[in-house]
Design a protein around this ligand. Structure first.
Ligand code: HEM
Ligand SMILES: *[C@@H]1O[C@H](CO)[C@@H](O)[C@H](O)[C@H]1NC(C)=O
Ligand SMILES: *[C@@H]1O[C@H](CO)[C@@H](O)[C@H](O)[C@H]1NC(C)=O
Length: 377
């Protein structure tokens, strides 16, 4: 009996240390955040949000989510969807968010399926967020995510090149040529031209997506001496080529044909078109995977990187696009440990938690074997 209550006591004390208070750091000043972490050790890590209770079609550009352009202190980055969701208040408008808030925002605002939302958000967080404060910038690195864990951790925000952000983007320059996070009008003109040539009635559809993805890779092979196009970048490059044909199209029409007007709104204005409705049902891997496979099959490639201009060297030891679980393992066993080689204490606890959430996301539809870079306890 005495043993039993001692056990309970220890459990309660440990919980109290790990989850000091249900207190959110979102919206706090950098110094408040740092004081909190100095006192408590780690921020609360909420569990991943569950799938939407009502995943039906809905007016999402609505009066409770008005567009307000980003102010001078609001951060925006390389993802047109997250930028737009921040400008409509589905994410904190300053562009600093917890991964669970990102999951909620993409489900609620665009009807991304729960598993896909978690896959993107926790993967990004592990590469670009601050595990102590549970905050991530959707753009550039900023003190607003709190004091960093020790190097070689980057906590660089979503704009950090060579993590989630990578080369051959559709509307952003390769980092070698300039700002890899900023919308680029010249590239958008290419988006329009490719849609005019290959898309139905000038829209960005699956055929335009296949050609543009191919062209952007060929262009970088020919011009960017530092091109890197391997895991995990390849999976985001291909899903991001498909995403606009689904999520940026009004759910009432839902014809997988993105008009240039709607594309201009999301990519450039970071704004939902007037009266915009989200997808009529949550869109998960089961729906996206065949589309990424279709655009890959039109122009297959193998992962690799340039060793100088027009010298694309294949890297057969890295997983190809078709090996989803291989890419998940590459993230968990190589990419994350590159930044966190030997975490201990709270840091290890936070990383393991987020790695567990990432695994939940890949387990639902892909049945991968769980990877434990830091042990399984
Ligand atoms: C759920 C969390 C998400 C995260 C963490 C995320 C993160 C990112 C990042 C880091 C990039 C830059 C990659 C690069 O081009 O170098 C990106 C690009 C992109 N994202 Fe997201 N994203 C998310 C959800 C979405 C959703 C729901 C959509 C729906 C349309 C979307 C559409 C795009 C598109 C189209 C691009 C490519 C931009 C371009 O190539 O010019 N993302 N995202
Ligand atoms: C083609 O696009 C124009 C606007 O750009 C639109 O008015 C027309 O209805 C579209 N045609 C078809 C067949 O979708
Ligand atoms: C994925 O979406 C399809 C189509 O809406 C649905 O039938 C299926 O149950 C979903 N799968 C999961 C794991 O949510």
């Amino acid at each position: 009996m005495a043993k039993f209550s001692a056990l309970i006591l220890i459990t309660v004390v440990r919980l109290a240390m790990a989850l000091p208070a249900y207190e959110s750091l979102v919206g706090r000043s950098a110094s408040e955040i740092n004081e909190y972490i100095a006192r408590e050790g780690i921020a609360e890590i909420p569990n991943p949000p569950l799938p939407l209770v009502d995943g039906s079609i809905k007016l999402v550009n609505n009066p409770s989510h008005p567009f307000i352009p980003a102010g001078p202190d609001d951060i925006r980055g390389p993802c047109p969807a997250l930028n737009t969701l921040a400008s409509h208040g589905y994410l904190p408008r300053n562009g600093i968010a917890r991964p669970d808030q990102i999951v909620t925002a993409v489900m609620e605002g665009l009807n991304l399926g729960n598993d896909f939302a978690k896959f993107l958000a926790y993967q990004a967080f592990l590469m670009n967020g601050n595990p102590f404060t549970n905050l991530m910038s959707i753009g550039m690195k900023t003190p607003e995510t709190g004091e960093d864990p020790p190097l070689p951790a980057q906590v660089g925000g979503l704009s950090q090149h060579g993590t989630f952000e990578g080369d051959t983007s559709m509307t952003r320059l390769d980092a070698f040529f300039g700002d890899q996070a900023a919308f680029n009008e010249d590239l958008f003109q290419g988006f329009i031209a490719t849609s005019a040539e290959y898309g139905f009635n000038g829209t960005y559809d699956i055929n335009a997506a296949a050609e543009l993805r191919y062209q952007r890779l060929q262009d970088s092979i020919l011009t960017n001496p530092e091109l890197v196009f391997n895991s995990p970048r390849i999976i985001s490059a291909y899903s991001e080529a498909v995403f606009p044909t689904i999520f940026f199209v009004d759910g009432r029409l839902n014809n997988r044909q993105l008009t240039m007007d709607a594309a201009r709104h999301f990519f450039d204005f970071q704004m939902m078109p007037a009266d915009f409705h989200r997808q009529p049902a949550p869109v998960n891997f089961t729906m996206v995977d065949p589309l990424t496979k279709a655009i890959f099959d039109k122009h297959p490639f193998s992962p690799g990187s340039n060793q100088g201009v027009n010298n694309f060297v294949l890297q057969p030891e890295t997983p190809p696009l078709a090996d989803f679980c291989g890419i998940y393992h590459d993230i968990a066993l190589r990419v994350v440990p590159d930044q966190y080689p030997n975490p201990t204490g709270y840091l290890r606890e936070a990383l393991n938690k987020n790695l567990g959430f990432l695994f939940d996301a890949v387990n639902t539809e892909h049945n991968c074997i769980q990877a434990f870079p830091y042990g399984s306890d």
